[in-house]
Design a protein around this ligand. Structure first.
Ligand code: UGA
Length: 437
């Protein structure tokens, strides 16, 4: 099929490459010339495992091209909307400027029978509004909502082998003409057994925000338990192991630590609350305010714990932060808890050095006042305290005996509870986890 993908950020670049991998002819479109130039030379503008190789692979087939010209979308059977929906400045709601502009820009190029497929995360009600806009222009194209559930760091496999497809169509019926078109797009994954659900438009939009809210709630739940474990002298990691053995609960997303960040979970729960308010259903989501508050408290807790670890205050203490990305296998620093903690410590007079295998240039753009060191051995030299804040594999595998030779004082705060406390204590370290005795 001929496919256009509008918006080539995390979602769109991966989606475009994966659609080409599935055998379609794909045009990736974005207003950002730098991004398009990089993608055209098979370089992902961000770090995502496997994406560079995939881009190279599919571009050699000639099935994937990138352009800044929206007119290139003319003639595509399917147009995927993959632009961002960031948090509005100074407000909780989502900024729909880019989604609206993409659909409005696309309308003149639409032809009968073509399908616009929304993948961006939008407040419920957006799809129906956009569908009306398409109808007003008498394009005889259909608009469907097909939310994306990919995780950064696993984006390629999540796109090629998703857990499920959700197709939101205007009448919610299995007979809607765009369903056969989407089935053809995803034929390979469907044949491999990926389930698909057909819903109406608002349900499809809500599936996405509900899923992210549930994940955020799960993380804040275990972080609330971590607070309690600390107060009671219990171990939240063992507690998570034990409750996670109940199938109904499950162990995934029960890792207590410095909390969630990134470009999705924090802004999605806020936009969800804002939208519920507009719909007069704000009471239904007041619990998400608490989810957000628990999450933000993690960051101040780490600053306090670091102060305790230092013994005599933060002023002038040399602190090395391991990890800047909001999670491992990503160079994304949007709302990164690690960087937020590093910045707070620096404001309180510590001398903070941050290291990360992939995210340092993005981090330096966001927090230019912090000191960044690429080489791990150099970053830890003479540290008074080490904070492990993003659990990259190389940090999980650190040898406490070897690391002890480099630091000034062997003190470590394990912000992701990924180290073995006994091993570190046996090697002479003062170890602190979060919610662990
Ligand atoms: C999230 C969802 O997991 C995806 O399904 C969704 O498609 C995506 O948002 C999106 O809306 O686009 P992502 O932001 O890539 O994906 O990251 P997650 O893997 O969900 O992690 C989010 C944050 O939670 C990270 O900061 C991570 O460190 C933290 N986390 C995760 C925990 O603190 N504890 C856990 O147990 C799990």
């Amino acid at each position: 099929m001929r496919i256009s993908v509008i918006g080539c950020g995390y979602l769109g670049a991966v989606h475009a490459a994966c659609m080409a991998k599935l055998g379609h002819d794909v045009i990736g479109i974005d207003v950002d010339e730098r991004k398009i130039a990089e993608l055209s030379s098979a370089n992902a503008p961000f770090y995502e495992p496997g994406l560079d190789a995939l881009l190279k692979d599919v571009q050699e087939t000639g099935r994937l091209v990138f352009t800044t010209d929206l007119a290139a979308s003319a003639g595509s059977d399917v147009h995927f909307i993959c632009v961002g929906t960031p948090q509005k400045k100074g407000e909780n709601g989502a900024d729909l400027t880019y989604v609206d502009a993409a659909v409005r820009g696309l309308v003149p190029y639409l032809a009968p029978g073509q399908v616009i497929v929304g993948k961006s995360t939008v407040p419920v009600g957006t799809a129906a509004r956009l569908a009306d806009l398409v109808t007003e222009h008498e394009s005889e194209a259909h608009l469907v909502w097909n939310p994306e559930f990919l995780r950064e760091g696993h984006a390629v496999s999540d796109t090629l082998q998703p857990d499920r497809f959700v197709y939101g169509v205007s009448d919610g019926s299995e007979d809607h003409p765009s369903i056969a078109v989407l089935d053809e797009v995803y034929a390979a994954s469907l044949a491999a057994g990926t389930p698909r659900l057909v819903t109406d438009l608002p349900t499809a939009e809500l599936v996405k925000t509900a899923a992210n809210s549930f994940l955020a709630t799960k993380i804040s739940f275990i972080n609330a338990m971590a607070e309690l474990c600390e107060a009671a002298g219990a171990d939240v990691t063992r507690l998570a192991d034990a409750i996670g053995m109940d199938d109904r609960i499950g162990r995934k997303f029960l890792n207590a630590g410095i909390g969630f960040g990134g470009g999705c979970l924090p802004k999605d729960i806020r936009a969800f609350m804002a939208r519920a308010g507009e719909l007069g259903a704000d009471q239904a989501l007041t619990f998400l305010r608490e989810v957000d508050a628990i999450n933000m408290r993690r960051r101040t807790r780490v600053v306090e714990l670091t102060r305790e670890l230092c013994g005599d205050g933060l002023l002038g203490k040399r602190i090395t932060v391991l990890g800047a990305a909001f999670k491992p296998e990503s160079d994304d620093v949007r709302d990164s808890p690690a960087l937020s903690i590093a910045a707070q410590l620096q404001l309180q007079g510590s001398v903070v050095t941050v290291t990360d295998p992939k995210a340092l240039s993005n981090a330096a753009r966001r927090f230019p006042e912090l000191h960044y060191v690429t080489d791990l051995d150099t970053a830890v030299q003479s540290a008074d305290v080490i904070l492990l804040l993003t659990e990259w594999q190389q940090y999980r595998e650190l040898d406490p005996h070897q690391l002890r030779q480099s630091v000034s004082t062997p003190r470590i705060l394990d912000g992701r509870n990924v180290l073995d406390p006994e091993k570190w204590r046996a090697a002479g370290w003062q170890y602190r986890g979060l919610g662990r005795p």
